[in-house]
Ligand binder design. Structure first.
Ligand code: ADP
Ligand code: MG
Length: 258
């Protein structure tokens, strides 16, 4: 859990994500029905909701992969929906996106997987600069000794860590974690939760952590936002949100907190 000093520091900082009145439908299916959310600099925000509630749609809108029907979405001061393609690309480079299945390139070893985003970045980097960046990211996830390993030789938890290291290589200001602990055993989940906290401290990132793992939400986030019926019915500290008589919130808690 976050201590109070850290919590109040976050409250005093400025927003890095500001969402207002955001709605998104697919045909007759109204997924997001006018949501508001603000994430502050240095804040880890967990977004909770059952499967199919629109969590991944929200993340895709934040990085401009889907267009909102209505509302405003500002990320790092930019209105995402209005950005020309080149500026959208530039904005995406400031965001680390950790996918649900943390897809690594199977034909590349760990080093090559991590160096890849740097070569895509059209920056002229020396071999040493790339080496240093890769090793720093690997050290951040405590897997410096695995740089020669092929992905097939890694455990599920290690693959997740390498996936996170690959997003850290570009020094993101915002991390988006989509179900970071899904499919992991409790011990490995705990390690990923610790890693999310370490990343926040080491890189001073803000993060949205999409999850239905309440242990993950409780242990990594400053605040949680509960997506119910297309709206954030409650946003606040974990205990505040779940200290509720609301039947849907109680039932979500009872199903997902082990
Ligand atoms: P989750 O909360 O599990 O991440 P999603 O955000 O992926 O849920 O999806 C929310 C709903 O929107 C689902 O019913 C899904 O089928 C639908 N949906 C998501 N993307 C599309 C799309 N591109 N076209 C049509 N329907 C979609
Ligand atoms: Mg999803």
């Amino acid at each position: 859990m976050m201590d109070d000093a850290k919590q109040s520091l976050v409250q005093a900082s400025k927003p890095v994500i500001a969402i207002q009145g955001l709605s998104k439908s697919f045909g007759d299916l109204d997924v997001l029905k006018g949501i508001d959310l603000t994430v502050m600099k240095g804040e880890n925000m967990a977004v909770l909701g059952k499967s199919g509630s629109g969590k991944s749609v929200l993340i895709k809108i934040l990085v401009g992969l889907l267009k909102p029907d209505n509302g405003f979405v500002k990320v790092l001061g930019e209105e995402v929906a209005d950005l020309p393609a080149r500026e959208l690309d530039a904005l995406r480079l400031r965001i680390g996106f950790s996918f649900q299945n943390s897809a690594l390139y199977d034909s590349m070893n760990v080093y090559q997987n991590l160096a890849f985003p740097l070569t895509m970045n059209f920056r002229k980097l020396t071999k040493k600069q790339v080496d240093d960046a890769v090793m720093e990211a690997l050290e951040a996830v405590s897997l410096a000794d695995k740089h020669n390993q092929m992905p097939s030789g890694l455990s599920g938890g290690q693959r997740k860590r390498i996936g996170i290291a690959r997003t850290l290589i570009l020094k993101p200001e915002i991390m988006l974690y989509d179900e970071p602990t899904s499919g992991l055993d409790p011990v490995t989940s705990t390690e990923i939760n610790e890693l999310i906290n370490e990343v926040q401290t080491r890189y001073n990132t803000s993060a949205i952590i999409i999850t239905h793992d309440l242990t993950c939400a409780k242990n990594t986030s400053h605040r949680v936002a509960m997506l119910l019926d297309g709206k954030f019915s409650k946003v606040g500290k974990f205990e505040e949100v779940f200290d509720s008589d609301d039947e849907q919130i109680r039932s979500f808690y009872n199903y997902n907190f082990i």
